[in-house]
Design a protein. Sequence first.
Lengths: 162, 162, 162, 162, 162, 162
Amino acid sequence: MKELSHFDENNNAIMVDVSGKQATSRSAVAKSSITLATDAYEQVREGTNKKGDVLGTARLAGIMASKQTSSLIPLCHPLPLQKASVDFEWEEGESRHTLHISAFVKTSGQTGVEMEALTAASVTALTVYDMCKAADKYMVIGPTFLEEKIGGSSGYFKRDAE
Amino acid sequence: MKELSHFDENNNAIMVDVSGKQATSRSAVAKSSITLATDAYEQVREGTNKKGDVLGTARLAGIMASKQTSSLIPLCHPLPLQKASVDFEWEEGESRHTLHISAFVKTSGQTGVEMEALTAASVTALTVYDMCKAADKYMVIGPTFLEEKIGGSSGYFKRDAE
Amino acid sequence: MKELSHFDENNNAIMVDVSGKQATSRSAVAKSSITLATDAYEQVREGTNKKGDVLGTARLAGIMASKQTSSLIPLCHPLPLQKASVDFEWEEGESRHTLHISAFVKTSGQTGVEMEALTAASVTALTVYDMCKAADKYMVIGPTFLEEKIGGSSGYFKRDAE
Amino acid sequence: MKELSHFDENNNAIMVDVSGKQATSRSAVAKSSITLATDAYEQVREGTNKKGDVLGTARLAGIMASKQTSSLIPLCHPLPLQKASVDFEWEEGESRHTLHISAFVKTSGQTGVEMEALTAASVTALTVYDMCKAADKYMVIGPTFLEEKIGGSSGYFKRDAE
Amino acid sequence: MKELSHFDENNNAIMVDVSGKQATSRSAVAKSSITLATDAYEQVREGTNKKGDVLGTARLAGIMASKQTSSLIPLCHPLPLQKASVDFEWEEGESRHTLHISAFVKTSGQTGVEMEALTAASVTALTVYDMCKAADKYMVIGPTFLEEKIGGSSGYFKRDAE
Amino acid sequence: MKELSHFDENNNAIMVDVSGKQATSRSAVAKSSITLATDAYEQVREGTNKKGDVLGTARLAGIMASKQTSSLIPLCHPLPLQKASVDFEWEEGESRHTLHISAFVKTSGQTGVEMEALTAASVTALTVYDMCKAADKYMVIGPTFLEEKIGGSSGYFKRDAE
């Protein structure tokens, strides 16, 4: 005779069923940022970082990471991506300078691509950290958030102006 | 006759040589956080999130991601890890509540494990996002930063009190 | 002049052509099990295993492994999955106790998801083994088998009662 | 003011610290098996399986999977492997025939390689299943278990004769 | 106030948008080759290579690599594959012998599968190299090229006779 | 009673035992090349390729692939790498232009890093192919070969001058 597992019967992790959802065009924009001290910042801007081209490497890392999202995030559905890109903007400050990261991902599928865009933005930032950490241990990543989401049953989402 | 590539000869990406470094015991603590609206927060605390146990899933995702760091971060050296853990603390707020994430990684190797700890903390936060995004699209991840680093030629690092 | 390779012309591995198959809804249930000695069993039930929550971790490992099936099984076709879940039942015995594992996977595609379900069930069991092996080296995994299969040209399959 | 997370403070998953362990020579043998109906069995023996050489493919899948163990098993430590092999024995029966699988893995490290050997044996069996499933849906994998373990603080382990 | 990043605004890596393309049947054939000294060649032909069956292993490695193409090639779109195969032909020479490799990949998708076929052919050749390198360090891989491509907006492509 | 598997007892694939080898400093240089038509070549040189910076992307792809070598090449031992770099030289021709690729990899381990260097060079070339294939379908990759190898029991190897 078999006995049901009791302490475990609620709150079980599941990759939820999306078979009832429509395969439609979906895209998402996620934002992140990282602050750099002046030395680290100048290395990036002047191309003197000893690990090489920081923004080019970080952008590629982000794009490649978007394709690994369903391996990294346990309950995320695998999706074929149609487009992925990462853009940068610099905001100079007094003693620290901010690299603004914007990741865009697009697909046609049954679930949205927020996680793909957020993963791309996060790994882009982590890669900048890795390349600049010899010059600055005080870098701060984030805030990281969803900026915009198009498609899917929940409709259009645009984060309010801060 | 061969001509050197000119426009590309500076700033080339490289996985730098660490063969001259000592293989010593190294560890790192990275911090991240994510803010949740009350609905999403209560789902996590009460175990009613439809994808299952949020903190348990996110912790595992972070630990597993620490082992993928050198695949995700292009110029990061592969390292065998000796320990990885993720801890949480809640900070309740007025309308939004903050989950503080602390990731610890330890190895014996020629390079530090900051990136492994930062990757663990980031993927932990991303997993919380994935599991709660049906309830809250305004979650914000970060700040994400290095809290402490032990071992290696640059010695002990502890981030100043905020 | 070229000569055909002879000793190798038969029995060559191939990822067979599925382009002629219909992309239809398909699902599969696979079963596995693992036996634990009383000490290991009590650690799982009472939450005192030193590696943490055994069933929660094993379930997630199984779900995540289902997404890696086509990387692990050489001639398996890659498939986007729509749902994956793992359930447990305990059967207490005299000296050893059996954890019954049931893995469910669903997709819409040109091939079935038996391998995804079997991989999920197997990796779930392997994870229980990993977490309990300090307490019990005599654990036995299996039998592991296909319980049910829905969709595809071969139609409905349900394993006979044992 | 911060409040500790309560419902989650016990039983947290952790990749436990192995830094205090000796890096010594370690090896393990794991066993699994799979039963095949006569048709499927003859395809394997006669080299007429439409996916190709079943045992050669399954053996390679097992060896390759041993190298992915720490990616698949969440709390398993990454280890460089020094040797991996998979051997087969056939046991013919009345209506079903059993393929016995034996996987051997060796390393020099701080943790044992049971999980690598068990993963190799399991993925070998799963690959046989994948290649023969068009001919037989009643294949059964297992029992899968640790046969022998050499090295490490727990010393030599040899499973008792069945 | 934010300032645009200047030195980085051109030539940014992007996974280009394929959402406007038709999902049609596509296939590709890629060719590669590797030359072996007589000793290494005889090991392959006679089955005496100490790492085992060279062509069987190399074929599987190529097929499996085709499924990893979008992880390896940074700006390649992920595609579910419908078929993958690798074929060999030997061309005996005076002192060195050439193994001709032909990889075929097929899908239904929005982009072609040239890269999948080229990756399969390349990894097949690299695996032969790995298995024979104890006997011959002068092996040469290539030329590696696209032989044929079917489907997609650019139409049929067949490389001119050499 | 068990019967040994006969048709499979020779030529079995194995990841051979390297436990008897010394862990010493080892490095390798591999070379590859790819030829481009003038249009494709000018896109690379002038930074007008629609997928972005070709050489920067290809270099990173090669470095990252070197870290995946033991996943791609079935019987290759996993190795932690200490350094990886990729360099380029252009050789202009009449109608086609050759990009010469040189990949360097270094480790301290029990096996050499030829395969890591060859994999890096190959994936670098494949990435150039991917980014230029819209402009040129006649690109040819290779010859790809080992140029130099330092360390290990077989001693120093330097390919003869061409």
